[in-house]
Design a protein around this ligand. Structure first.
Ligand code: UD1
Ligand code: CA
Length: 461
């Protein structure tokens, strides 16, 4: 049977108390909705229809990389009405429709697969995902008769005190045979405390119309935690973070303190790498095997090779680090920094849009921007590539085995040839020939007896 997906994401999310539409609130630096979209994509549906409403233009922009069809629900008259708005998109579709909520981001592909498989296997018209929770406040409760058969879902705001005690909740995930869906939506009423067309109303209709209904109980309630408030956003983040950390640990990564380690779901980490406490690894980042990262390191959108050591308080974005590199503590690698095999980047070093060659060293207090540094180069402490003249950026080239003395100013555009040396404290404005020493200093003068004349000894003691 073919499958299509509808994702509900039209609501503002009033309880978030935010300008930003709820489904765009980030979890581990990625909008909540992207998780739902990616999980939906893994189901390989015929199509995904996304229902938008509040600030739909902004949400549309944020999902432009995903193969989705969007439908606008205006005004937003409830979850049932939201699904009804999709009817035109399904004129030629007769399979099953999986309905997901944009604010239930932690649902796993594995659970969804089980859910739809059970739906197909049992040949039902409607499958409702439910789960047992200790604190059901805010959720719709699943009500059953004495024989344990599902009767209906009652929303928290409409529930009696007795019904509120029920701790089987509606997860907000449904799989519905499309012909039953479209015929039942027309039967929803808005006579309830919120005056909305509730999607769970199709459960009552399934029962009263004697169609086949199945409640699929999910074992782990954390997967279906809804995000309605900032507090729940924090809880969802924690659940997802723990699941990601667990996956890496299963893959052979040591995470010294999972409580303070933040890794996005798109990150890959090789075996026998150790991630030390208070470390953040975000975006499209890959880390090889046998590395040691942290403590207190931030890495985003970067490629890190094998056996790399990134020490305390280093900050890396959009860069590439090859095998065996050692860096930090306190270094800042900005986009397009490329550190080649075995290089060493020390403390208080900033590197931008530059390549540092094989085995080269930038050990202390330097700024290297728009530079091509060859292999086996040593950049002395306090060296700066003066890459910006106030209007344009210029490149610095330092060829293999050159030795840049401490506190050299390399005024770009400039080239320092192979095996050349610059003397400490020089401001280098002209190219340096291979093998030469470039020295740019005023001659040192000495004024004898100066201390005595000035009475320095007395003043300093
Ligand atoms: C909903 C369910 C509740 C379930 C809970 C699970 C209803 C009426 N209630 O409650 O039974 O326990 O989810 O998390 O469905 N949306 C629209 N258009 C609308 C209203 C909402 O697209 O007119 C979207 C929202 O953007 C959100 C999703 O539907 O992504 C759920 O809406 P929300 O208001 O959060 O419903 P809950 O009160 O959480
Ligand atoms: Ca919700």
């Amino acid at each position: 049977m073919s499958l299509a997906v509808i994702i509900l994401a039209a609501g503002k999310g009033v309880r978030m108390n935010s300008q930003l539409p709820k489904v765009l609130h980030p979890i581990l630096k990625k909008p909540m909705l992207h998780y739902v979209l990616e999980t939906a994509q893994k189901m390989e549906p015929e199509k995904i229809v996304l229902v938008l409403g509040y600030d739909s233009e902004l949400v549309k922009e944020e999902v432009s990389d995903y193969p989705v069809e969007t439908v606008i629900q205006e005004p937003q008259l409830g979850t049932g009405h939201a699904v009804l708005c999709c009817e035109d998109s399904f004129r030629d579709f007769s399979g099953d429709i999986l309905i997901l909520s944009g604010d239930v981001p932690a649902i796993s592909f594995f659970s969804l697969r089980e859910f739809t498989d059970s739906h197909v296997k049992n040949g039902v018209d409607l499958s409702l995902m439910s789960t047992l929770v200790e604190e059901p406040d805010g959720y719709g409760r699943v009500l059953r008769n004495a024989d344990g058969e599902v009767l209906r879902v009652v929303e928290d705001k409409d529930a009696t005190a007795d019904e509120k005690k029920e701790n089987e909740i509606n997860a907000g995930v449904y799989c519905v045979n499309s012909s039953f869906l479209w015929e039942s939506l027309g039967g929803l009423s808005s006579e309830n405390s919120q005056g909305e067309y509730y999607l769970p109303g199709i459960v009552d209709l399934c029962v009263s119309r004697k169609r086949r209904l199945l409640a699929f109980s999910l074992a782990d309630p954390k997967e279906v935690s809804g995000v309605n408030s900032r507090e729940q956003l924090g809880e969802a983040e924690k659940t997802m973070r723990q699941a990601i950390n667990r996956r890496h640990m299963e893959n052979g990564v040591t995470i010294e303190d999972p409580e303070t380690t933040y890794i996005s779901d798109s990150v890959s980490i090789g075996r026998d790498t150790t991630v030390c406490p208070n470390t953040y690894i975000y975006g499209e980042t890959s880390i090889g095997e046998g590395c040691r990262i942290g403590p207190s390191v931030y890495i985003e959108d970067s490629r890190i090779g094998n056996n790399v050591e990134i020490r305390f308080s280093s900050y890396l974005t959009g860069c590439e680090v090859e095998n065996g590199v050692v860096m930090g503590p306190f270094c800042h690698l900005r986009p397009e920094a490329r550190i080649k095999d075995g290089a060493k980047i020390g403390n208080f070093v900033e590197i931008k849009k530059s390549e540092i060659g094989v085995g080269s060293k930038v050990p202390h207090l330097s700024y290297v921007g728009d530079a091509d540094i060859g292999d086996g180069v040593n950049i002395g402490a306090g060296t700066i590539t003066c890459n910006y003249d106030g209007v344009n950026k210029h490149r610095t080239v330092v060829e293999d085995r050159a030795f840049i003395g401490s506190d050299t100013m390399l005024v770009a555009p400039i080239r320092v040839g192979k095996d050349a040396t610059t003397a400490a404290g020089s401001t280098i404005t002209k190219d340096v020939s291979p093998g030469a020493l470039a020295i740019e200093r005023a001659g040192q003068k000495e004024i004898t007896g100066w201390a005595e004349r000035k009475g320095v000894k007395k003043r300093r003691s």
